[in-house]
Ligand binder design. Structure first.
Ligand code: HEC
Length: 143
């Protein structure tokens, strides 16, 4: 009486075990392309409102705003990009989901706000890493 039942259970267990399971961790290391935000696109769309975001200058951007290439020439460019929303002028118009506090109701952003996730900020920083730093000359040295 119990034998066919045991066999059924065994078959069910085998069927589960032999099922093509989720890919192994090693295969999982590179996330699917559609799940990685496109840093270049994000930078053009969001930062390109003010910054020239491509290598070698180009057009667009606001004259008083440093290009990404110029920013890349700074030794600590990465730290600045990683937390750009804390550095003026960005706090007045930037929100990072789950990180920044909502805008002060009495001081709404003066321009269309910049809304990002941390993942998107990281993607933009990765994109910035791919930009060639502007050659702005060696720092002035006193002798
Ligand atoms: C509305 C215009 C505007 C937008 C949009 C904007 N920026 Fe800026 N950003 C500026 C200006 C102006 C400065 C120069 C500030 C200064 O000289 O103190 C600057 C400076 C920076 C700096 C250097 C800050 C420092 O203090 O060293 C970084 C990094 C930066 N921006 C990153 C970004 C990124 C990344 C984006 C897009 C996600 C972005 N910015 C979008 C106007 C803008």
């Amino acid at each position: 009486m119990t034998r066919p039942r045991a066999r059924t259970l065994l078959c069910a267990a085998l069927a589960i075990l032999l099922q093509p399971g989720p890919p192994s961790l090693a295969q999982d290391a590179t996330p699917a392309p559609e799940s990685v935000p496109d840093g270049a696109k994000l930078a053009r769309f969001h930062c390109g409102r003010c910054h020239v975001v491509t290598t070698g200058g180009g057009i667009g951007g606001i004259g008083s705003t440093p290009s990404f290439a110029a920013l890349r020439a700074m030794e600590d460019w990465e730290a600045r990009f990683d937390a750009f929303w804390t550095l003026p002028p960005h706090p007045s118009f930037t929100q990072v989901a789950g990180v920044t506090l909502p805008f002060d109701e009495t001081r709404p952003p003066p321009i269309a706000p910049l809304l990002l996730t941390l993942e998107e900020v990281e993607a933009i920083t990765r994109y910035a890493a791919s930009i060639e730093a502007a050659r702005l000359g060696a720092p002035v040295q006193s002798r």
